[in-house]
Design a protein. Structure first.
Length: 247
């Protein structure tokens, strides 16, 4: 199987796109750390996991450097080395920028951007020591084109996109692949929190007239994580049903 013998860590792995990515990796034979701050959801996800691969829960707060160091320590203590890092943890709040406060800005930036920096920096030495290692960052099309009432979130995800490209240049000489998936509106708990009228208007704007399934975004993550992307790095792939289209 494609990911047999591969070890991955997926942040935000207990729900939404992160969980769908874990499920897909396990189905393809991979061993996966389900890294999430929500211990109950994470352990439930691991218990329900079925497939030829294996999943292990790892409690992790990507915004807390000590928690990230603990995650690195656990992986090392178990004599494992990552082949794949998927930074999928994220969160947003739909609100006009004029009505927001610095506390919210910091939370959005910490979770959606700094968390990716923390995780990547902590595992980078191990990843670059393994030729062919993969880093896949889950950003958002909000980071490509902007999203109304999500100004800071859009900025943070835009930073993830730029970071992905810059890091890809730095690490290519080690054979490390760094790419980015940008979901459009996806059927996750985050989308469900948006008022129904806004969801309906958003769906009408999508050429396919439906939201993405988390598994469809996970397919793009697995493409970058697998062997079919051996000559690809520094790229951004939108999964938006045509809501945004590349030049």
């Amino acid at each position: 199987m494609e990911f047999d013998g591969k070890l991955a860590l997926v942040t935000g792995g207990a729900s939404g796109i992160g969980l769908a990515t874990v499920e897909a990796l396990v189905q393809a034979g991979g061993t996966v750390y389900v890294a999430d701050i929500n211990e109950q959801a994470g352990r439930s996800a691991v218990a329900a996991m079925a497939g030829p691969g294996k999943a292990h829960f790892l409690r992790l707060d990507v915004t807390d450097e000590s928690s990230v160091r603990d995650a690195v320590r656990r992986v090392q203590e178990e004599n494992r080395t990552l082949d794949i890092l998927v930074n999928a943890a994220g969160w947003s709040k739909v609100e006009r920028f004029a009505d927001t406060a610095p506390e919210l800005w910091r939370r959005l930036i910490d979770l959606n951007y700094v968390g990716t920096l923390n995780m990547t920096h902590a595992f980078l030495a191990d990843l670059t020591a393994r030729p062919g290692a993969r880093i896949v960052n889950v950003a958002s099309d909000a980071g490509r084109v902007g999203s109304g009432n999500e100004a800071v979130y859009s900025g943070a995800k835009g930073a993830v996109i730029a970071f992905t490209k810059a890091l890809a240049r730095e690490t290519a000489r080690f054979g490390t692949h760094v790419n980015c998936v940008c979901p459009g509106p996806t059927d996750t708990p985050l989308l469900a929190s948006i008022p129904e009228k806004q969801r309906e208007a958003l769906m009408r704007a999508i050429p396919f007239r439906r939201f993405a399934k988390p598994s469809e975004v996970a397919n793009a993550v697995l493409f970058f994580a697998g062997g079919r992307a051996d000559y690809i790095t520094g790229q951004v792939l939108s999964v938006s049903g045509g809501l945004t289209m590349a030049d």
